[in-house]
Design a protein around this ligand. Structure first.
Ligand code: PRX
Length: 640
């Protein structure tokens, strides 16, 4: 078996890039050859972006877990595959070798099979960051079940919507969740979600984590340890077609409910492995730690699949960066001798705000590569990360990608892309063909340009559809510009051809690296009986990147503003979860609207950002007088 193409120099990069554009099929066939396939593919790529219909490695069959686990057993059986660091530093950490992880995945796979879960069935996860989450996800992949991981901070309603959308047959959860100083009742949330309907769910597998009291539904609920009792440590992998669904992951868009982004088996495997290898450049004995939650795409591709496919030791962390104190990340880095570290700008900013002494006192001499993901990183945070964490010797890979892209698309390669430019994602990986267009879809051909970021050729882990609604996938990503995948992001390209991602151009806001649709938050706020209308916009926030600013029209005069706002916050927490809670709320008598009744968000965004002197023309509004009133109230503190 040939190894994946590993880029070691700028020359290698240029060669690989040229090859990948000249003959994408040959380039990707070469990458795919480094994996175990039960049957080789007939066609490398078949595609059109108009339906869209993209198929990689058709005719090929495989199981991704054979490539994550079985293939490593002979050479790396005793090497740590997964190191789990618990929330509480006093509790012992756990290390599972590739052999142990393989055995646990097999036992869990057989337990799921025993519960009647078969190839193609959807299985929902709503769990803390414990090894069983990664094991469960891989167990699904082992038997060909489609995993749908829901971040355990979402509300019961949000969970129920996601379970119903994918008609999940089982839910895997825990009794509770330790997060910082808090203990969260996970199973209660699952019970509440299932009480809302979710008729497809036959089984709830419950992991004992906190030992707290929980309600029990006989016949439906089963303890994880009971289900695994007596299960064999070998489990025949289900043989999957390359284009069989591997997972669905829900993400917010600018309209409507979150959509289930679908990734399939062969292409996702090739791309997550290839991108991990080149962006992090792991050596055989490296320890790699990505601080994301497996509830997001970063956790799927770069805690579980990318590292394990490469046989790299991956660290999984249950806790939060600031508990018991702001030194926790660095303590964990030293404890496990982390070499490759991947986190989000929001975490860096939060830790920077606590003072450099928390990081400066740690050794961190094993660190070699630092990564950033999820949102634009600002200069101050970049330099702090570079100086205090990387001690000016570790390159920072600012990785741009999306749930829909499945893997990192634009990023420097450490030690290869030099010199690094702070806050720039720099250059596309070989195999990725970005193109910038103006709002009319005209290609911006000058090297130096600012415009909308699209991709013009498929890469193996491009989303295939949105679950149960292919038309929505077409509309959202492939209809704005003919024959292009539209990312929803705006970017700048400098005279050297290096990319800087500016942010979303649609009504999606990025709060602490979490993607939220403004429409989704507005719908949640509207559920409060006293709210007539709400408009939500993002504004620059020092720690979160973007904060949520909500303008509300109330049904009647509200005497107790504080109480009302608290009620609204509770409503949002109930409908979506605490991550969607507005940072600021302002009660207004009206919202600026066009003559056709559309809310002028541009104006609200400017007011929320304090840029009231740059509102532009407001004379065409239906109700220009309301703008002045909103500005005055925002200045006079009628805002929380
Ligand atoms: O706006 C971009 C921003 O995050 C969006 C994708 O969010 P999500 O699907 O939740 O995936 C996040 C983790 C991959 C993008 O459309 N984004 C992601 N990475 C960066 C970024 N913005 C700037 N720089 C980045 N490195």
């Amino acid at each position: 078996m040939k190894p994946l193409t590993r880029i070691r120099s700028h020359r290698d990069y240029l060669d690989a890039y040229a090859k990948s554009v000249e003959d994408p099929s040959a380039f990707w066939a070469e990458q795919a050859e480094s994996f175990i396939w039960r049957k080789p593919w007939d066609t490398v790529l078949d595609w059109n972006f108009s339906d869209p219909d993209v198929r990689w490695f058709e005719g090929g069959t495989l199981n991704i877990t054979e490539n994550c686990l079985d293939r490593h057993l002979s050479q790396r059986g005793d090497k740590p595959a997964l190191i789990w660091e618990p929330n509480n530093p006093e509790e012992a950490h756990r290390t599972l070798s590739f052999r142990e992880l393989h055995a646990e995945v097999c036992r869990t796979a057989e337990a799921l099979r025993a519960k009647g879960i078969q190839k193609g069935d959807r299985v929902c996860f709503y769990m803390p960051m414990v090894p069983e989450l990664a094991i469960g996800v891989l167990a699904c992949a082992r038997i060909g079940a489609v995993h749908s991981v829901v971040f355990a901070g979402f509300s019961a309603k949000a969970l129920a919507d996601r379970i119903e959308d994918a008609s999940c047959k089982a839910v895997l959860c825990s009794d509770g969740n330790f997060r910082g100083s808090k203990q969260i009742p996970v199973k209660d949330v699952v019970d509440e979600a299932l009480a809302k309907g979710c008729k497809s769910v036959e089984t709830v597998l419950v992991l004992q984590r906190t030992g707290q009291d929980i309600a029990w539904t006989e016949g439906r609920d089963i303890w994880w340890h009971d289900a695994l009792e007596g299960m064999p440590t070998e489990s025949a992998p289900e043989i999957m077609e390359s284009e069989d669904m591997l997972f669905v992951l829900y993400t917010s868009g600018s309209t409507g409910k979150p959509k289930g982004v679908v990734h399939t088996t062969g292409g996702y495997m090739v791309y997550s492995a290839y991108s991990f290898l080149n962006v992090f450049q792991p050596e055989e004995n490296d320890v790699y730690w990505c601080t994301a939650d497996i509830g997001w795409i970063t956790g799927h591709s770069y805690i579980i699949y990318g590292p394990l496919l490469n046989g790299t030791t991956t660290v999984m962390f249950e806790g939060v960066p600031t508990w018991p104190d702001a030194g926790r990340f660095w303590e964990v880095c030293d404890k496990h001798k982390v070499n490759l570290f991947y986190t989000a700008p929001t975490a860096i900013r939060a830790l920077m705000a606590k003072g450099s002494e928390w990081v400066d006192k740690h050794d961190l001499s094993d660190l070699r590569v630092l990564g950033s993901v999820g949102e634009p990183i600002n200069e101050e945070a970049w330099h702090w990360y570079h100086e205090h964490v990387g001690r000016k010797r570790c390159p920072i890979v600012d990785t741009w990608w999306q749930t829909e892209t499945g893997g990192i698309m634009i990023s420097p390669l450490p030690g290869i892309t030099e010199p690094l430019k702070p806050c720039k994602a720099m250059q596309p990986l070989p195999g990725v063909q970005p193109i910038m267009v103006d709002v009319n879809g005209n290609e911006l051909t000058d090297t130096e340009a600012e415009g909308l970021l699209c991709i013009k050729h498929p890469w193996p882990s491009i989303l295939r559809t949105t679950y149960g609604d292919h038309e929505r996938c077409r509309q959202t990503y492939f209809s704005a510009f003919k024959n292009l995948y539209f990312t929803g992001d705006e970017c700048r390209r400098d005279a050297d051809g290096h990319y800087r991602i500016i942010g979303r151009v649609d009504d999606v806001i990025n709060v602490s690296g979490h993607r939220l649709g403004t429409a989704e938050i507005e719908d949640a706020i509207d559920e409060h009986a006293d709210v007539v209308e709400a408009a939500v916009v993002g504004y620059p926030h020092d720690i979160k990147g973007q904060g949520i600013y909500a303008y509300l029209i109330c049904a009647h005069h509200v005497d107790d503003h504080e109480q009302f706002k608290n009620d609204v916050l509770e409503t949002v927490t109930r409908v979506i979860g605490p991550i969607a809670k507005p940072d600021h709320m302002q009660i207004v008598s009206g919202l600026p609207k066009t003559r056709s009744g559309k809310i002028m968000r541009r104006i609200l965004r400017k007011i929320a950002s304090g840029e009231t002197d740059r509102l532009g023309d407001t004379s065409t509004l239906l109700n220009p007088e309301v703008v002045q009133e909103i500005i005055e109230d925002s200045l006079h503190g009628k805002v929380s």
